[in-house]
Design a protein around this ligand. Structure first.
Ligand code: NAP
Length: 308
């Protein structure tokens, strides 16, 4: 059908408008489309591009009433197509809490579960990872990363043994401060890694200079931690309306604005914001759908935040 005939029929109501607007037709009650997925370079396996971070807010007393809102957040996350959950043995009770939530409702099978090792020494590091298996109530952890580059060589050797034994599927390293980038860069050049985890935010873009291009070059997936700078970015825009031009890349809230900026970088696989409420999950997953800002729009986002 030629475009003008299409337009005339649409105008008469004889054609559904939605396909012309580029949206799939869904019944009003249906869930939104699933999040965009990106590949882990070392395997080609794809992951939804937004995960849950569990530091601080998942460190609760593991009682039914304290766990209930967290269980609801994880359930909602998985129902909307999310999968990646990041934790660590040093996050208080967070691993225990996940170990209570994930075995129910078939959640464990749908979750790409990530933890860390943050203890120096072969025996102590291995003991910490074994404790994670117990606390998380699982026989397989998808990714274990060396936390903050602690005894990296020893811990990576342990993780590779566990990968060979098929108890974990991927290995990585994490940092979360700009001051760790020189050490991270050296490790990335020296080691073969499936994942790195690094800080990268709209108001702290240093990772884009060397770390993110190096990850792309070396075929490493990138998880982005602390993507809001905790409350830093929220405070910066407090009391401000979202600019109308953000609709050009399907952005409907400030959290989506901050996450879409990070996600629009080609090297980024998956930001992992802290999300302990179902409402945060619903809002933030909106960033993992629709259009991403292009280079000019990203420059505009940077200028906007830099001017605050
Ligand atoms: N070295 C490392 O490996 C390392 C270090 C740090 C963090 N991490 C990982 O990165 C994850 C994320 O870091 P983070 O949680 O500290 O910082 P973050 O993701 O920058 O900020 C999370 C906070 O943002 C707020 N938030 C989230 N979604 C929101 C929404 N839709 N609307 C309004 N507020 C919203 C919540 O604040 P409230 O809860 O106060 O409402 C939440 O606690 C951690 O959980 C952890 O998994 C790793």
């Amino acid at each position: 059908m030629n475009p003008s005939r299409r337009a005339i029929l649409a105008g008469t109501g004889l054609l559904p408008l939605a396909p012309l607007l580029g949206h799939a037709v869904r019944p009003a009650h249906a869930e939104p489309a699933g999040p965009i997925r990106r590949a882990i370079p070392s395997s080609g396996e794809t992951l939804p591009v937004l995960g849950i971070g569990t530091s601080r807010r998942y460190e609760v007393e593991p009682t039914p009433d304290k766990i209930a809102p967290l269980r609801e957040a994880v359930r909602r996350f998985v129902a909307l197509g999310g999968s990646v959950i990041d934790t660590a043995p040093s996050y208080g009770t967070a691993e225990d809490v996940l170990g209570l939530i994930l075995p129910q409702d078939g959640l464990r099978e749908k979750v790409f579960l990530c933890s860390k090792v943050g203890t120096p020494g072969r025996e102590a590091g291995l003991a910490e990872i074994e404790r994670s298996f117990k606390r998380l109530n699982t026989s397989m952890i998808d990714l274990v990363a060396v936390h903050n580059l602690i005894d990296t060589a020893t811990n990576l050797a342990t993780l590779r043994d566990l990968k060979a034994a098929k108890r974990i599927r991927y290995v990585g390293v994490t940092v979360w401060r700009d001051g760790q980038f020189a050490d991270l860069e050296a490790v990335m050049k020296r080691e073969t890694l499936d994942f790195i985890q690094v800080n990268y935010t709209l108001d702290d873009r240093l990772a884009a200079q060397r770390i993110l291009p190096l990850a792309a070059e070396r075929g490493m997936a990138v998880m982005v931690n602390v993507p809001f700078g905790r409350d830093r970015l929220f405070k910066a825009v407090q009391g401000r309306e979202l600019p109308p031009w953000t609709a050009e890349f399907d952005c409907a809230s400030w959290p989506q604005f901050f996450l879409k900026y990070v996600l629009a970088h080609d090297a980024v696989t998956c930001p992992i914001p802290g999300m302990a409420k179902a409402s945060y999950v619903e809002d933030n997953l909106g960033a993992a759908r629709g259009r991403m800002p292009d280079a000019a729009q990203r420059a505009r986002m940077e200028a906007y935040v830099d001017a605050l």
